[in-house]
Design a protein around this ligand. Structure first.
Ligand code: RB5
Length: 144
C-alpha cells in the first residue's frame, strides 16, 4: 500500500469526492476522508482546514473539492506548509507537482467532468517534485 491520500469536500463537491475516492483506491492508495459525508449544505473552510492538518501531519497529498475549487484553494493556502493548486487540466496538475511541489489538489465539481477529474487526479498523484531551483523558490514562500 502506498502513501495515503486525504480527501475533503463540501456539499457541492461531495459526489465527485465519492467517485475520486474509489478511483484513487483502485490506484493502490489508502484513502482517508475528512468529510463532508452528505449533500447537506456545509461550510467548506472547515473541511479544508481538517484536510490540511492531516496532510501536514502525515506528510502526504490531499484532494479538496467544492463547487468551483476556488474557496477550497483560498482556505487551504492560509495554512503554512500547504501549497494548494486549483487545476483545470492535466498540464497544470503535472506542472504544479514538478515545480511547486503542490501538496493539495483543488477541483470544482461544477465544472470538471468525472473523466477529466480522474485524469487530473491521476496526473497529480503520479508526478514527483523536481527539486533543485524549484525547491529554493518554494522555500521563499515561508522566509520572506
Ligand atoms: C457552495 O455553493 C460553493 O460556494 C462552494 O462549494 C465553493 O464553490 C466555494 O468556493
Amino acid at each position: 500500500m502506498s502513501t495515503p491520500v486525504i480527501f475533503g469536500s463540501d456539499h457541492a463537491g461531495f459526489v465527485l469526492k465519492e467517485q475520486l475516492k474509489t478511483f484513487v483506491a483502485q490506484m493502490g492508495h489508502e484513502v482517508v476522508d475528512v468529510g463532508t459525508d452528505s449533500l447537506s449544505s456545509c461550510d467548506y473552510p472547515l473541511f479544508a482546514f481538517k484536510l490540511c492538518d492531516l496532510v501536514l501531519e502525515k506528510n502526504c497529498l490531499g484532494i479538496l473539492i467544492c463547487g468551483t475549487g476556488m474557496g477550497m484553494s483560498m482556505a487551504a493556502n492560509r495554512r503554512p506548509g500547504i501549497r494548494a493548486a486549483l487545476c483545470a487540466n492535466e498540464y497544470l496538475a503535472r506542472m504544479t507537482r514538478l515545480h511547486n511541489n503542490a501538496n493539495v489538489l483543488c477541483l470544482g465539481e461544477r465544472w470538471v467532468g468525472p473523466g477529466l477529474g480522474e485524469s487530473i487526479a491521476e496526473t497529480f498523484l503520479k508526478t514527483q517534485f523536481e527539486g533543485g531551483r524549484h525547491l529554493r523558490r518554494i522555500e521563499l514562500f515561508d522566509t520572506i
